[in-house]
Design a protein around this ligand. Sequence first.
Ligand SMILES: [Zn+2]
Length: 316
Amino acid sequence: MQEIKIVVTMDCERPTADTDPVASGPPNFQMAEIWTRAYANIAAEYGWPVTFFVHPETAVAQADMFRELESAGHCLGLHIHAWRFDSHFQCEFGGLSEAEARAMLSRAIEMWREAFSVPPRYFRQGTLSANDSLFRVLADLGFRGGSVSLPGRVFPDKHAVWAGAPLDPHRGHPDFRLLEGPLEFANMPISVDTSQLNEKDGRQFYWDLRPDFDGLDYLQMARNIVAQLRERDPAIPCINMLTHNDYDFADPESRVGRNYRDVLAAIKAACDEANIKTVGATLGEIVDEVLSEPYVAPEFDKSGGRVFLNVDDRPR
Ligand SMILES: [Zn+2]
């Protein structure tokens, strides 16, 4: 492995004044703009672009800023939390029926056109909440890619269950979200450190590289992720990290602002140590690469549930 694509992303939420005090999101659009621009500027110190996933109302309100960021080489995608887009729904995106998801996305696409005059091509849903209709719905509605999975996350109450999901960029499957498939839609999973599966309050998750966490050793995590990438040796090696537009990235002394700088430095250091070149990329570029290769269906394994009949063959 000679190089790893680095994809820095941010979910751009509605202000909490318009949703709920406990929701993620900035207090208002003025602060959001300062923090969003600062986030991009810090990534630019490494020459890395940012992929922004923007909630429809935020896209309309901050259209000028996001147009400018896109012109500067950053990438834009649609972001939706079902309950924040339409308070009729008290769930995240995966809790919608297929018909409800199509209707909601169609409304969001219209708002996106209002903001940018073109439809959105990329997508990430809030909380990475999804059911099995997700990939076929997105492909049907003209999306060509997304960052829609967080491998290892098991948050059943949020309809966000990604145990066993692919760890590397891949084409989506029309009927089963946990498998690669033949769709003209590419997914770039969020990068996770698979060395430790955490359990808390009935939920499971791997750590990822978001700067939101307190007390994590980001350098060790980046080293683990790089080592795991080398072990898997995927067709498109990439590190995909995320956060939200509700932290003060303009203040270098803020906790998450400091963590963010540490995360980027850790990614660079872990790659340097392994003699791997870092190349900044947008989701759009990752999607181009995935879709440039045809899908090859794996051979069907007929051994069924008897794979682990011998106790010595048990997974550990
Ligand atoms: Zn969100």
